[in-house]
Design a protein around this ligand. Sequence first.
Ligand code: 17E
Ligand code: FE2
Length: 413
Amino acid sequence: MKIFRNARLRKQPGLHDILVDGEKTVRIAPAGRLEPAPEERDLQGRLVSAPYVESHIHLDYVYTAMTPEEETKSGTLFEAIDRWADAKNSLSKEEIKERAMRGIRQEMRNGVQYIRTHVDVTEPKLTALKALLELREEMKDRLYLQLIAFPQEGYYAYPGGDELVEEALRLGADVVGGIPHYEFTRELGEKSVKKAFALAEKYDRLVDIHCDETDDPQSRFVECIASEAYYTGLGSRATASHTCAMGSYSNAYAFKMMSKFKKAGINFVSCPTENCCLQGRYDAYPRRRGLTRVDELVKAGINVSFAQDSISDPWYPLGDGNLIHQVDFGLHLAHMMSLEEISCGLDFITENGARTLHIEESYGLKEGGPANFIVLDAGSEMEAIRKRAGVLLSVRNGEIIMEKTPSKLVRDI
Ligand code: 17E
Ligand code: FE2
């Protein structure tokens, strides 16, 4: 038995004590009411949250940012995809595992315990997928890792892409991916979305599609995802990632679609730092922000999570796996600055992400649930977001798997 005392819980007044027995959270009581336990720890009023959920990253790409001669010059998505196409065929499984593990460690040091990663399967040997399947198994006690069979170069734009996605599902990928805006035509993009949903039905998997990652307001594959999710009944098992073009749609079209999204029950993932850097590249001023309509989706009651997308790859040279930065950027770029919106900011990287991953049942800090939680270096949600607070402690199945000391002012002004 262990007690973590004086925790500030999200969205609840006062302080609480958390009693852990083995791998489970057995009681959460107002502070001071629980009998002493053999192991105790005073959290001193710090904010406790369910662990962070990384709902969109490319772990096979991390730490591949190019040398200066090779770096992506235009800053656009399409140049980065071309660069990656040149580089990827010579990578070994061991090298991918080593980099992906560095990415995982970086994220876990910042409070992440659940990751959904895209894995590029447009490579004939499926080397990256095999690397990530091994890591999923090796890490399973410490990390929940979900793998997306993601055809970076398309189902059809890459010859045999559709068959490689299916082979990846047979090998054990959890989620079907796609990239309709990269196919040659609207028709082929539509066909790829239909294929993704057909595969999800055939293999009983989730769907998460890179969708409309462009400023082009003509890119409307999000309607195909909503329609397929609705008519197949896959609903909340489906996710549209990026949907940047929604920031450029007319209000009339966006308004029509909001009710369709709601009916279909699909999830959205926005990657604030990545989207604002990759988009707007063909604009002079005024320059678009590149994000989907986060505030409007949230107001319409549609699930949105924020995610990292890249750590140092041809798409984006920065990124540190600390998801509170995505909340900070996302709230700013989406104009979500009311006290209520800021206080709910952590939802984007916790419970909203868990809904997207379809893990709500086992997720969250609750009596009878797994003892998985993190402790932030802040006394409230508002303070956590304002200071972009770090994570000091990560507890998984009752064990402390990561611990940091708070940063300390050694000499004041
Ligand atoms: N691939 C893609 O299509 N879009 C991205 N933002 C990244 C990889 C990082
Ligand atoms: Fe992505």
